[in-house]
Design a protein around this ligand. Structure first.
Ligand code: PEP
Ligand code: MN
Length: 337
């Protein structure tokens, strides 16, 4: 349920509503809107709870939250959320670009890409150190050494770092190095991992599972939000269909759909979404046109030699061109990129 306070409700009245909610055995969550405060009451449905809350001083109305995801829903918070990490701003009219290699491979490689993508206008650096690979015989990432190299690249460039965390027991190690925790597509429904990244307090980039519905995706985000961590970015990265001309199928209607259903910012990954370098720029442009709040793009100084996902990686020069194309659309939409 959401308890909508009257405009100008006092702190004392809000505190009293929180107390009422907690006495009912529910969890309270305060959302400060521009003209009024809303208090969400989360938990199992309770008989008489609505009536009890309606009697609270300063309460205007009590409404059920219809969506299964509560804190992620626009029913609870209408204003779009902007996630800000160092210079990266994603959401509420700001478009942020995260770019870098699929995997961190060496100091030279990560520093070269970091400088190139920053110059082109990216404000965050991606790079996998713990890699989820389909085959156990493929390169698995440099692990902690990769994290150290990412931190070095941040110190050299000021870019925020985004890297994937694959297991709850790795969260504390990653938290020492990264600015943003990426939860990969394969782990979207790994609930202990979602809780652990939520509790780390670090902003999270949550990728959609290739066969997850929108409700499943938003309920996964809810696991993170429920820990009190409000900095969640949703990432559409393509789904599995019968199509085989692309690695995955990139459904861009999810962008406006998510903007209707959630206040969380939406990032698109056209690199994994297409699996083909030649399709990345057109789909990045299309993502911005569809209203994406951010992009995550694989860039490698020498894609042919990449240890993972080279076929879908842009060269620094191609990334620069992609940024120029995307900016034209962002400007037309009155957004900052
Ligand atoms: C990645 O970002 O390199 C990655 C493995 O992405 P996904 O989880 O979307 O497959
Ligand atoms: Mn990759």
């Amino acid at each position: 349920m959401i308890v909508v306070m009257k405009p100008g409700a006092t702190q004392k009245q809000i505190d009293h509503v929180v107390e009422l909610i907690e006495d009912l055995g529910l969890k309270s969550h305060i959302i400060q809107g521009t003209d009024r405060t809303v208090v969400a009451a989360l938990g199992e449905k309770r008989d008489g709870a609505k009536q009890a809350l309606e009697t609270g001083d300063g309460v205007e109305k009590v409404m059920p939250i219809l969506a299964p995801y509560k804190m992620a829903s626009t029913e609870v918070k209408k204003e779009p959320t902007c996630v800000e990490v160092l210079k990266l701003k994603v959401g509420a009219g700001k478009i942020g670009v995260i770019a870098g290699p699929c995997s961190v491979e060496s100091r030279e490689q990560i520093l070269e890409v970091a400088r190139a993508v920053r110059e082109a206008g990216a404000t965050a650096l991606r790079g996998g150190a713990f890699k989820p690979r389909t085959s156990p015989y493929s390169f698995q990432g440099l692990k902690e050494k990769g994290l150290q190299l990412l931190a070095e690249a941040r110190d050299a460039t000021g870019l925020a770092i985004v890297t994937e965390v694959m297991a709850p027991e790795h969260v504390s190690l990653l938290a020492q190095y990264t600015d943003i925790m990426q939860v990969g597509a394969r782990n979207m429904q790994n609930y202990p991992l979602l809780e652990a990244v939520g509790e780390s307090g670090k902003p999270v980039l949550l990728k959609r599972g290739p066969s997850a519905t929108m409700d499943e995706f938003l309920l996964a985000a809810e696991y993170i939000l429920k820990t009190g961590n409000a900095n969640v970015m949703l990432c559409e990265r393509g789904i599995r269909t019968f199509e085989d001309h692309t690695r995955f199928t990139l459904p861009l209607a999810t962008v406006p759909y998510l903007h209707q259903t959630t206040h969380l910012p939406v990032v698109v990954d056209p690199s994994h979404g297409t699996g083909k370098a030649s399709l990345v720029t057109p789909m990045a442009v299309a993502s911005i046109a569809a209203g994406a709040d951010g992009l995550i793009i694989e860039v490698h100084p020498n894609p042919e030699k990449a240890m993972s996902d080279g076929y879908q990686s842009l060269t620094p020069a191609a990334f620069r061109e992609m940024m120029a194309e995307c900016r034209k659309i962002a400007t037309a939409l009155g957004k900052k990129m």
